[in-house]
Design a protein around this ligand. Structure first.
Ligand SMILES: [Zn+2]
Length: 544
């Protein structure tokens, strides 16, 4: 008798507790990718950061301290694709931003699509689609799971930063058209811009931003985590003398000449205002698409790209990079406050990572670092092989990969031996690795594994030219830095989960970026993206 009274009451208590603990799924997933963010920036610039941006993520989030990319090349399009497909180039097909396509007999761009048309402007910058992506994405799986009732939106200044995250079934992907300052899309996604995007473009925010010079957020003497402002290994904006604050964007663009598809609006991407614009566009999407306003989970993939342009131009030791991260901190704080007021942060699952990190400027640490002259390497290689074989068997050299003309007209083993003989004396070259036989990969096994995970047989080259750690393309000898290698300075990125059901913890296990998508799928009870090879990261959720 007593039990029969107690048990129903006990189950009722359990039910109420379950409801009080939150709902079964978040209303909105917000994936944030910071373009070219190194893990150390989380800590190096912390002294001048707010309490409500990055530091809030570190304080309340599930922080993965040893998160890495598991493949090469560590570039923007492969990075964004990996985060959302849960796998690397070997299965998602995005083996570079650009790569050599044998069937097309030319270098192709990851998102280009000649059958697609620009929607939202008269330029060619919208002739894009995800068609070269060979896996579904997290957004695709959410659309399939909800019978397309989820709203999934990708936003970035870069087309590839908007398209690769959402993939095939998205409601929309929008990117910045540097030729006119508008956010546009492709008719792959829609025939016309939604009203909210037109209204956003009508606000002409780029014009307002261009009117403001880029000055430092704090007094210049506060930037003691980076080198003094004027450095020879930083690249000034075109037609300016020195890489120093303040940057009068209007004046800089007034003397610039522009090529096809470019205009004065392009410079916003290389200033903190590019990230401010991205934030405003993300907020407009949340409002316009009513994201997170019902019980069906929506997804917003937002990528902040200006950090990458600034990083390339000025490098990790510059006042410019410190300033853009201090400003990005405020941008994130603003986004979190907005999400909290609109949806409630406990209803929003947020993850933040980067598409790749970046190398230290070789000019500051040489030796052991340097500048690899890829053009000279290729030219010398062709001459060497012509001398040996009476013909040039090289079809292309891109992403450190040598593509031979097929079918091979010379003996394969002899050809590889000659490439090795030539490369042995070339400054910066560590070794030559065949991409069709990893038994012959003579380097650290973890590097072999990264190269292998970056190879899709019908898209990749025949040989990979591995550089020594710290060596980057000679283009950056003038200043700035880049990324793309298998080394930790390029692969090590922040991975932080925050918000709905996320347990605060510091995770110091090795985690791969490809583990993010399956972890989110686990949280949402979704089937994983079709190419997914990552695994669920343990200890992110309060439950399980
Ligand atoms: Zn980059």
């Amino acid at each position: 008798m007593r039990f029969s009274k107690i048990l129903p009451a006990f189950f009722a208590f359990l039910l109420v507790s379950a409801l009080a603990c939150g709902q079964k799924a978040p209303k909105l997933v917000v994936g944030i990718v910071i373009d070219q963010m190194r893990y150390d920036y989380l800590y190096r610039f912390q002294g001048d950061m707010s309490e409500t941006g990055f530091k809030r993520l570190l304080r309340e989030g599930n922080v993965i301290h040893d998160g890495h990319y598991a493949y090469v090349p560590t570039l923007t399009a492969p990075g964004h694709s990996c985060v959302y497909t849960g796998t690397g180039p070997a299965l998602n097909g995005i083996i570079g931003n650009n790569w050599y396509s044998r069937p097309e007999n030319r270098v192709v761009y990851c998102a280009e699509d000649s059958t697609a048309n620009t929607v939202g402007s008269g330029s060619v910058n919208g002739k894009m689609s995800p068609r070269r992506l060979t896996s579904t994405t997290l957004a695709d799986q959410l659309e399939l799971a909800t019978n397309r009732r989820s709203k999934t939106i990708g936003i970035s200044l870069k087309d590839r930063g908007a398209i690769m995250p959402v993939g095939y079934l998205a409601d929309g992907a929008y990117w910045y058209d540097g030729s006119n300052g508008f956010f546009i899309t492709s008719d792959y996604y829609r025939k016309s811009l939604p009203d909210w995007v037109n209204k956003f473009n009508d606000r002409k925010l780029p014009d307002q931003f261009l009117d403001q010079p880029w000055t430092t957020l704090l007094p210049l003497d506060r930037y003691d985590e980076t080198l003094p402002d004027d450095q020879p290994k930083e690249r000034p904006f075109l037609n300016t003398e020195k890489p120093v604050f303040p940057y009068d964007l209007k004046r800089i663009t007034s003397v610039q000449r522009f090529g096809v598809g470019e205009s004065r609006y392009g410079i916003l991407m290389s200033s903190p205002y590019g990230n401010s614009l991205t934030l405003e566009m993300a907020k407009a999407a949340i409002e316009g698409e009513q994201l997170g306003q019902d019980s069906i989970t929506d997804l917003l993939a937002v990528s902040f790209s200006s950090t990458d342009y600034i990083g390339h131009q000025f490098g990790p030791q510059s006042v410019e990079i410190q300033d853009i991260y201090l400003r990005l901190d405020l941008t994130l704080s603003n986004l979190f406050q907005y999400l909290d007021s609109k949806i409630g942060l406990n209803n929003v699952l947020i993850f933040l990572t980067a598409d790749h990190a970046a190398a230290d400027v070789p000019g500051y640490i040489s030796p052991p670092a340097g500048y690899f002259k890829a053009g000279d390497f290729e030219e010398g290689l062709r001459q060497h092989l012509v001398k040996k074989f009476k013909k040039d068997p090289v079809e292309s050299f891109i992403n450190e990969q040598i593509y031979f003309s097929k079918p091979l007209s010379v003996d394969k083993d002899k050809l590889e031996a000659e490439v090795r003989a030539y490369a042995a004396g070339f400054p910066g070259v560590y070794g030559i690795i065949p991409l069709d036989d990893f038994g012959k990969c003579i380097t650290d096994p973890s590097v072999c594994e990264k190269i292998r995970k970056g190879v899709m047989p019908d898209r990749s080259g025949d040989l990979y030219v591995q550089l020594y750690p710290g060596w980057i393309a000679s283009y950056y000898e003038k200043g700035g830095t880049t990324h793309g290698s298998p080394y930790a300075y390029d692969t090590h990125v922040p991975i932080i989960f925050f918000g709905w059901e996320v347990r605060h913890a510091d995770n110091r296990q090795r985690v791969w970026v490809e583990d993010i998508a399956p972890t989110v799928c686990d949280m949402l009870h979704l089937t994983r993206p079709s190419g997914c090879t990552g695994a669920v990261i343990q200890g992110v959720l309060f439950r399980g």
